[in-house]
Write a protein that binds this ligand. Structure first.
Ligand SMILES: NC(=O)c1ccc[n+]([C@@H]2O[C@H](COP(=O)([O-])OP(=O)(O)OC[C@H]3O[C@@H](n4cnc5c(N)ncnc54)[C@H](O)[C@@H]3O)[C@@H](O)[C@H]2O)c1
Ligand SMILES: CC(C)[C@H](C(=O)O)[C@@H](O)C(=O)O
Ligand SMILES: [Mg+2]
Length: 363
């Protein structure tokens, strides 16, 4: 029997536990029907961990992740914890801390429009019907999210707050290599996003990406300023293959990509370090406005498992079968509220069960 793959499951806050419940259904099918040797352990993270353990990232959670081959995360944060001092908010003290702890510098967010859902895209039909398949590659452990100094000073009208956008050459080099290598398996085209007409960090970014590109002569590279990129994603998304960006620009542009595929509830994400250790999490958040109502879209969470099968377990065929099961559910008319154009929709639970059933029938 193949070696056991150990997964730590971190449902987190808001809709996290509801969509993760659907992930569990998929894992059950993978274990029972596909006979995959996966073991999983659930731990607390985020606001719920503050409530239960007094800290957002308990040591037992880090230890379990460290002993695992991969982590499946739901989402973190919510209004209950929004008023904590910035450094204690779960987004920083748990999510960013986890990314930094495991050195997950490379974040991948695949934004593909499904033909079944063209009508949902806010793009003009003549643009969305052409289709697009953008792979956002976002640097995840550097830039303004982590740069020092960051803080507050001054009083009265001179009170001020500051953050630092800083990029080291090695950080740009390693994420660029990742982008070029992945582009090799796709349409061989990288678009690097920056603001090199203004920011020093972007000038180094562009210079370094150019220099790394010399080792990948088979890949075409072009550069776009981030403001233009934000516009091009809406005007002509099919021009993009791999989109490479810094931490902050990638955060913003990946949400834009989610919007044009129809819902943030469908955009999965995977973050890796040099050892290919991966954390898989939906790109969206804990959606407090719909949490607890059994209406959240579980597709992003389910597609995270498809990414896990592909990147951690190296099982591209089963990864594909899972993605096809999601598409089949859509094709036969299953819709959660966010992707329904009528008053009819199914619950989070029903959607998850249907995908699990379809996957099971493909075993
Ligand atoms: N990775 C994470 O854990 C993560 C990511 C982003 C935001 N957050 C946190 O989540 C909280 C809410 O943030 P926000 O409102 O800016 O972003 P959000 O992504 O949670 O929600 C934005 C909008 O998208 C909708 N949405 C998100 N996921 C959905 C899903 N699966 N199905 C249907 N609709 C969905 C929400 O209902 C909301 O209208 C904040 O505390 C934020 O910091 C966490
Ligand atoms: C919650 C927040 C810290 C996080 C980020 O900005 O990275 C989220 O928006 C994401 O896209 O994963
Ligand atoms: Mg984001």
């Amino acid at each position: 029997m193949k070696k056991e793959t150990r997964v730590t499951i971190l449902p987190g806050d808001g809709i996290g536990p509801e969509v993760m419940e659907q992930g569990y259904k998929i894992l059950k099918v993978l274990k029972k029907k596909f006979k995959l040797n996966i073991s999983h352990y659930e731990c607390d993270i985020g606001g719920i961990a503050i409530d239960k353990h007094g800290v957002s990232l308990p040591k037992c959670t880090i230890d379990s992740c460290a002993e695992s081959d991969a982590v499946l995360l739901g989402s973190i944060g919510g209004p209950k914890w929004d008023n904590l001092p910035s450094h204690l908010r779960p987004e920083k003290s748990a999510l960013l801390a986890l990314r930094k702890h495991f050195n997950l510098f490379s974040n991948i967010r695949p934004a593909k429009i499904y033909p079944e859902l063209h009508y949902l895209s806010p793009l003009r039909y003549d643009i969305s019907k052409i289709g697009f398949d953008i792979l956002c590659i976002r640097e995840l452990t550097g830039g303004i999210y982590f740069g020092k100094p960051s803080g507050n000073s001054g009083y009265g009208l001179m009170e001020n707050s500051f953050d630092t956008e800083i990029y080291y050459k090695f950080e740009i080099e390693r994420i660029s290599k990742m982008a070029f290598q992945i582009a090799r398996l796709r349409k061989k085209c990288v678009t690097s996003i920056d603001k090199a007409n203004v920011l020093n960090s972007s000038i180094l970014w562009r210079k370094t990406v150019d220099s790394v590109s010399k080792s990948y002569p088979d890949i075409s590279l072009n550069h776009l300023y981030v403001d233009n990129a934000a516009m091009q994603i809406i005007k002509n998304p099919s021009q993009f293959d791999v989109m490479l960006s810094s931490n902050l620009f990638g955060d913003i542009l990946s949400d834009e990509c989610a919007a044009i595929i129809g819902s943030i509830g469908m955009l999965p994400s995977a973050s890796f370090n040099e050892k290919n250790f991966g954390i898989y999490e939906p790109s969206g958040g804990s959606a407090p406005d719909i949490a607890g109502k059994n209406i959240a879209n579980p597709i992003a969470q389910i597609l995270c498992i498809s990414m896990f099968l592909y990147y951690t377990m190296k099982l591209p065929e089963i990864s594909y079968l899972l993605e096809m099961s999601v598409r089949e559910a859509l094709r036969i008319g299953y819709r959660t509220k966010d992707i329904s154009d009528s008053k009819k929709y199914v619950s989070t639970d029903e959607f998850g069960s249907q995908v699990a059933k379809l996957l099971s029938s493909r075993a």
